[in-house]
Design a protein around this ligand. Structure first.
Ligand SMILES: [Zn+2]
Length: 170
Protein backbone atom coordinates (compact mmCIF):
# COMPACT_ATOMS: atom_id res chain seq x y z
CA UNK A 1 0.00 0.00 0.00
CA UNK A 2 1.03 3.60 -0.44
CA UNK A 3 2.44 5.46 2.59
CA UNK A 4 -0.36 8.05 2.59
CA UNK A 5 -2.77 5.19 3.39
CA UNK A 6 -0.40 3.25 5.66
CA UNK A 7 0.21 6.04 8.18
CA UNK A 8 -2.90 6.75 10.22
CA UNK A 9 -1.76 8.43 13.42
CA UNK A 10 0.35 11.49 14.22
CA UNK A 11 3.90 10.53 15.33
CA UNK A 12 3.89 13.50 17.74
CA UNK A 13 0.51 13.35 19.53
CA UNK A 14 -1.14 10.16 18.11
CA UNK A 15 -4.07 12.16 16.71
CA UNK A 16 -5.63 11.15 13.40
CA UNK A 17 -3.73 11.99 10.23
CA UNK A 18 -5.69 13.29 7.27
CA UNK A 19 -4.32 13.57 3.76
CA UNK A 20 -3.94 17.21 2.76
CA UNK A 21 -1.66 16.98 -0.28
CA UNK A 22 -0.35 14.11 -2.34
CA UNK A 23 2.78 13.92 -0.20
CA UNK A 24 1.55 15.44 3.10
CA UNK A 25 -0.72 14.24 5.87
CA UNK A 26 -1.81 16.64 8.60
CA UNK A 27 -2.73 15.80 12.19
CA UNK A 28 -6.33 16.69 12.95
CA UNK A 29 -5.46 17.41 16.57
CA UNK A 30 -2.09 19.23 16.71
CA UNK A 31 -1.83 20.27 13.01
CA UNK A 32 1.55 18.50 12.65
CA UNK A 33 2.53 18.17 8.98
CA UNK A 34 3.73 14.68 8.16
CA UNK A 35 5.56 14.66 4.82
CA UNK A 36 6.05 11.57 2.71
CA UNK A 37 9.42 12.16 1.09
CA UNK A 38 11.55 9.83 -0.98
CA UNK A 39 14.05 7.87 1.12
CA UNK A 40 17.64 8.30 -0.09
CA UNK A 41 19.48 5.18 -1.27
CA UNK A 42 22.92 4.74 -2.76
CA UNK A 43 24.21 2.46 -5.47
CA UNK A 44 27.56 2.02 -7.11
CA UNK A 45 28.59 0.93 -10.58
CA UNK A 46 31.79 -1.09 -10.49
CA UNK A 47 33.54 -2.29 -13.64
CA UNK A 48 36.20 -4.97 -13.89
CA UNK A 49 39.20 -4.83 -16.26
CA UNK A 50 37.07 -6.37 -19.05
CA UNK A 51 34.55 -3.54 -18.83
CA UNK A 52 31.90 -5.74 -17.24
CA UNK A 53 29.62 -4.37 -14.51
CA UNK A 54 29.19 -5.91 -11.07
CA UNK A 55 25.74 -6.84 -9.83
CA UNK A 56 24.80 -8.56 -6.58
CA UNK A 57 22.08 -11.12 -5.92
CA UNK A 58 19.48 -10.11 -3.36
CA UNK A 59 19.31 -12.44 -0.37
CA UNK A 60 16.01 -11.13 1.01
CA UNK A 61 12.70 -9.74 -0.17
CA UNK A 62 11.74 -7.49 -1.79
CA UNK A 63 12.99 -9.04 -5.04
CA UNK A 64 14.87 -11.92 -3.43
CA UNK A 65 17.03 -13.69 -6.04
CA UNK A 66 17.00 -10.74 -8.45
CA UNK A 67 20.11 -8.86 -9.53
CA UNK A 68 20.68 -5.52 -7.88
CA UNK A 69 23.44 -2.97 -7.89
CA UNK A 70 25.50 -2.92 -4.70
CA UNK A 71 24.28 -0.33 -2.21
CA UNK A 72 21.54 0.40 0.26
CA UNK A 73 19.90 3.13 2.31
CA UNK A 74 21.68 6.19 3.64
CA UNK A 75 21.73 6.41 7.42
CA UNK A 76 20.54 9.63 9.06
CA UNK A 77 23.19 12.40 8.82
CA UNK A 78 25.49 10.23 6.68
CA UNK A 79 27.10 11.60 3.51
CA UNK A 80 26.57 9.85 0.18
CA UNK A 81 30.23 8.85 -0.09
CA UNK A 82 30.41 7.56 3.48
CA UNK A 83 27.21 5.57 2.97
CA UNK A 84 28.58 3.91 -0.17
CA UNK A 85 31.87 3.03 1.55
CA UNK A 86 29.93 1.52 4.46
CA UNK A 87 27.57 -0.50 2.25
CA UNK A 88 30.38 -1.85 0.07
CA UNK A 89 32.33 -2.94 3.13
CA UNK A 90 29.19 -4.64 4.54
CA UNK A 91 28.06 -6.33 1.33
CA UNK A 92 31.32 -7.10 -0.49
CA UNK A 93 34.00 -6.91 2.21
CA UNK A 94 36.21 -4.57 0.15
CA UNK A 95 37.21 -0.92 0.03
CA UNK A 96 35.95 1.31 -2.74
CA UNK A 97 37.52 4.27 -4.48
CA UNK A 98 34.72 6.50 -5.72
CA UNK A 99 34.83 8.22 -9.08
CA UNK A 100 32.08 10.26 -10.74
CA UNK A 101 28.46 10.83 -9.82
CA UNK A 102 26.23 9.00 -12.32
CA UNK A 103 22.76 10.26 -11.48
CA UNK A 104 19.72 10.29 -9.19
CA UNK A 105 16.81 7.98 -10.00
CA UNK A 106 13.29 7.79 -8.56
CA UNK A 107 11.84 4.40 -7.74
CA UNK A 108 9.74 2.61 -5.12
CA UNK A 109 10.78 0.04 -2.54
CA UNK A 110 8.27 -2.33 -0.97
CA UNK A 111 9.09 -2.79 2.69
CA UNK A 112 6.82 -3.95 5.52
CA UNK A 113 3.93 -3.85 3.08
CA UNK A 114 4.49 -0.16 2.34
CA UNK A 115 5.52 0.96 -1.12
CA UNK A 116 8.01 3.66 -0.16
CA UNK A 117 9.22 6.28 -2.62
CA UNK A 118 13.01 6.23 -2.88
CA UNK A 119 15.66 8.25 -4.68
CA UNK A 120 18.70 6.25 -5.73
CA UNK A 121 21.97 8.21 -5.81
CA UNK A 122 24.38 6.40 -8.09
CA UNK A 123 28.15 6.76 -8.28
CA UNK A 124 30.83 4.90 -10.19
CA UNK A 125 33.79 3.41 -8.36
CA UNK A 126 36.61 0.93 -8.34
CA UNK A 127 37.25 -1.84 -5.82
CA UNK A 128 40.44 -3.58 -4.78
CA UNK A 129 40.78 -7.02 -3.26
CA UNK A 130 38.71 -10.15 -3.26
CA UNK A 131 34.93 -9.92 -2.86
CA UNK A 132 33.37 -11.82 0.02
CA UNK A 133 29.62 -11.34 0.00
CA UNK A 134 27.68 -10.98 3.24
CA UNK A 135 24.85 -8.95 4.80
CA UNK A 136 21.84 -8.88 2.46
CA UNK A 137 23.70 -10.27 -0.58
CA UNK A 138 23.87 -13.96 -1.57
CA UNK A 139 26.14 -13.77 -4.63
CA UNK A 140 27.74 -11.55 -7.24
CA UNK A 141 28.56 -11.59 -10.94
CA UNK A 142 30.06 -9.30 -13.56
CA UNK A 143 27.89 -8.81 -16.66
CA UNK A 144 28.83 -7.42 -20.06
CA UNK A 145 27.18 -4.12 -20.97
CA UNK A 146 25.02 -5.98 -23.48
CA UNK A 147 23.97 -8.94 -21.34
CA UNK A 148 23.22 -6.91 -18.22
CA UNK A 149 19.87 -5.73 -19.62
CA UNK A 150 18.74 -9.33 -20.19
CA UNK A 151 19.02 -10.19 -16.50
CA UNK A 152 16.26 -10.23 -13.89
CA UNK A 153 16.99 -6.73 -12.58
CA UNK A 154 15.41 -5.95 -9.21
CA UNK A 155 14.27 -2.36 -9.83
CA UNK A 156 13.04 -0.41 -12.86
CA UNK A 157 15.36 2.54 -12.21
CA UNK A 158 18.38 0.27 -12.71
CA UNK A 159 17.72 0.08 -16.45
CA UNK A 160 17.69 3.88 -16.75
CA UNK A 161 20.79 4.33 -14.57
CA UNK A 162 22.71 1.62 -16.37
CA UNK A 163 21.78 3.08 -19.75
CA UNK A 164 22.87 6.57 -18.67
CA UNK A 165 26.16 5.19 -17.38
CA UNK A 166 26.89 3.01 -20.42
CA UNK A 167 25.97 5.66 -22.98
CA UNK A 168 27.84 8.32 -21.00
CA UNK A 169 24.74 10.51 -20.67
CA UNK A 170 25.26 11.13 -16.98
ZN1 LIG B 1 -0.62 15.47 16.26
Amino acid sequence: MNPNIAYKFCPRCSGNLLQEKENMLRCKKCRFEFYINALPCNAVLIENEKGEILLVKRKFDPKKGYWDWPGGFLDSYESLKDSIKREIKEELGVKIELEKFVGAYSDTYLFQNINNPVIVLVMAGKIKGEIKVSDDVSGYKYFSKKDIFKQKLAFASMRIGLRDYITGKS
